[in-house]
Design a protein around this ligand. Structure first.
Ligand code: FES
Ligand code: FES
Length: 151
């Protein structure tokens, strides 16, 4: 089977198809931005997008994704040019320990692609599944609002 991974068609060999998407990303493709946190779909550290929607890659079997477009944090920048959400994250100095941040950014990207000018409630709803042990929530909200204001 194949998936489109960060814009490139890649083959998933039969021996990998029993694995989760997170395992395939990290262990087979070396894309370690998405993190293993809870492992049961509850913390959001492993968030990536599939066909534009967020998924918890720790509980997503890669076998379910034939032909799907998977995007990870590694696929956001365009060469040296960061994605606007990444720029806003830097502007606001959002990360603390950083562990949750790839997942946070992927959720924010999906939100802003689907709802370019989200209300505070829409931001809260979209981001509530991404937990941050360091409590960076206020800066995450501010960064999302910056991107929304620029569009
Ligand atoms: S590691 Fe996937 S949701 Fe926590
Ligand atoms: S920045 Fe440390 S868990 Fe979120």
């Amino acid at each position: 089977m194949n998936i489109i991974l960060n814009g490139r068609k890649v083959e998933i060999p039969p021996s990998w198809t029993e694995d989760t998407l997170l395992f395939v990303l990290r262990e087979h493709f070396g894309l370690v931005g998405a993190k293993f946190g809870c492992g049961v779909g509850l913390c959001g550290a492993c968030t990536v997008t599939v066909d534009g929607d967020t998924v918890r890659s720790c509980v997503t079997p890669v076998s379910a994704l034939e032909g799907a477009e998977v995007r990870t944090i590694e696929g956001l920048a365009d060469g040296d040019r960061l994605h606007p959400v990444q720029e806003a994250w830097l502007d606001q100095a959002v990360p603390q320990c950083g562990y949750c941040q790839a997942g946070q950014i992927m959720s924010a990207v999906a939100l802003l692609e689907q709802t370019p000018a989200p209300s505070p409630e829409e931001i809260d709803t979209a981001m509530e599944g991404n937990l941050c042990r360091c409590g960076t929530y206020a800066r995450i909200r501010a960064a999302i609002e910056i991107v929304a204001a620029r569009t």
